[in-house]
Design a protein around this ligand. Structure first.
Ligand code: FEO
Length: 405
């Protein structure tokens, strides 16, 4: 019995089969996703066969086979296009091949090796080259290499017949939506959707921002030709939205956008001293014109690290309040900052501490230096020096704001 899926007709030849996953708590065993996630598999029908574009997550293969059978697509299934081998999209291959051993799998040449190493099976494999066109009955596909978005052998594909651009992870989002199209969401829901897309980008693709920029022209050219962007996660985008999403990708891939005037504040506070300091600092920064997002690790607050990383991608300044823990940098702050730099790069960073056993701002500065971050400023303060430190930090940020205009 299969539940938690939706099945829609998208265009004359394309149908959407979306699995809604409310069970995964930590995507890639790392990212907290209380909003859930979905896996879009697409059925593309010709006059005499069916092509499946990506599959569902590993563990759901039997359900996908059952559903394809139920809707009459399994018998005519001849090809599966796989855009990369991460098992949230290729994870049903084993069951599909078992049900239909003659299926031809289409993908990047490296994917054949990955299928064998991941799943221990050999399949009828049709490798495609960059920009290769493939005609299957009356269907006309083109394939494009987009290496490291975010796997080495990632490709995207374009269906000429219906002008549908299948992008897999690119332009995708977290969230387990039942709607077919992004356009049906109201403005509040749309704003949330784009935040989830930003979070997905930062968490999953963010480390490979330079590769996004390298593939950007290719992606934009395809976006301009497309009626629909059909990602493997999230909702389907129509023409007006496709370019907007592509522009967001460009902005996120470039990372820090000084014109956003956004400060990200991350701090820990074991007994309230740093929290008091940060609260005063944030209050004093309200007249700078910056938007400020604050995340606190305290005795009763534990933010989602996936959301911090998502929010960090377009921040231009990072303020870190950190305490000393067993003569080291507080561990959750160290972990978060390292992951943040790995995923979204260095930011202009201000580190604030309150001495404790011995101030750890310099230790964190050295950690950042080892990660290649050079613009890092440290301040240690006692309560009596607090106002002076806040004044210095505020001046630094005001200078940054003037520089950005
Ligand atoms: Fe890279 Fe959604 O898999």
């Amino acid at each position: 019995m299969i539940e938690n899926y939706v099945h829609y007709q998208l265009t004359e030849n394309v149908e959407v089969l979306r699995l809604l996953d409310y069970e995964t708590k930590y995507f890639e065993a790392l990212w907290e996703i209380p909003e859930g996630i979905a896996y879009n598999s697409y059925i593309v029908k010709s006059y005499d066969s069916v092509v499946l574009v990506d599959t569902w997550k590993i563990g759901y293969g039997d359900k996908l086979v059952e559903l394809l059978d139920k809707i009459g697509a399994l018998d005519r299934l001849t090809h599966i296009i796989t855009h990369h081998l991460e098992p949230d999209h290729s994870g049903s291959l084993v069951e599909l091949i078992k049900a239909k051993p003659d299926i031809i799998v289409v993908g990047h040449p490296l994917s054949a090796k990955l299928i064998e190493s991941q799943y221990g099976i050999r399949v009828n494999f049709k490798p495609v080259r960059d920009k290769e066109e493939l005609k299957l009955s009356n269907l006309h596909f083109s394939f494009y290499y987009t290496p490291w978005l975010h796997w080495p052998e990632t490709i995207v594909s374009y269906l000429h017949n219906d002008k549908v651009f299948f992008t897999c992870d690119v332009f995708g989002s977290y969230g387990a939506y039942r709607e077919k199209l992004l356009s049906v969401l109201n403005s509040e829901e749309r704003s949330r959707y784009f935040k989830l897309a930003r979070k997905y980008f930062a968490n999953v693709v963010g480390h490979y921002r330079d590769f996004v920029l390298k593939s950007l022209n290719k992606l934009l050219e395809l976006v301009e030709r497309s009626e629909y962007i059909a990602p493997a996660h999230g909702l389907i985008l129509e023409r007006d939205e496709t370019l907007y999403m592509a522009k967001l990708y460009e902005k996120w891939a470039k990372g820090t956008d000084l014109k956003d005037f956004k400060i990200l504040v991350i701090y820990n506070s074991m007994y309230g001293f740093i929290e008091k300091l940060i609260n005063k600092l944030v209050e004093s920064l309200k007249d700078t014109g910056y938007n400020i997002s604050t995340y606190a690790f305290t005795w009763n607050k534990r933010p989602l690290i996936s959301e911090i990383i998502g929010d960090a991608i377009d921040a231009s300044i990072l303020i870190v309040g950190v305490s000393t823990y067993e003569n080291k940098t507080f561990p959750l702050v160290e972990y978060t900052i390292k992951l943040l730099v790995h995923k979204v790069g260095c930011k202009k960073t201000i580190i604030i501490g309150t001495y404790g056993w011995s101030g750890k701002t310099t230790e964190l500065k050295n950690i950042l230096k080892n990660l290649g971050c050079s613009e890092v400023y440290c301040y240690e303060t006692t309560p009596s020096q607090l106002l002076d430190v806040i004044r210095q930090v505020k001046n630094l940020i005001k200078m940054e704001a003037q520089f950005s205009q």
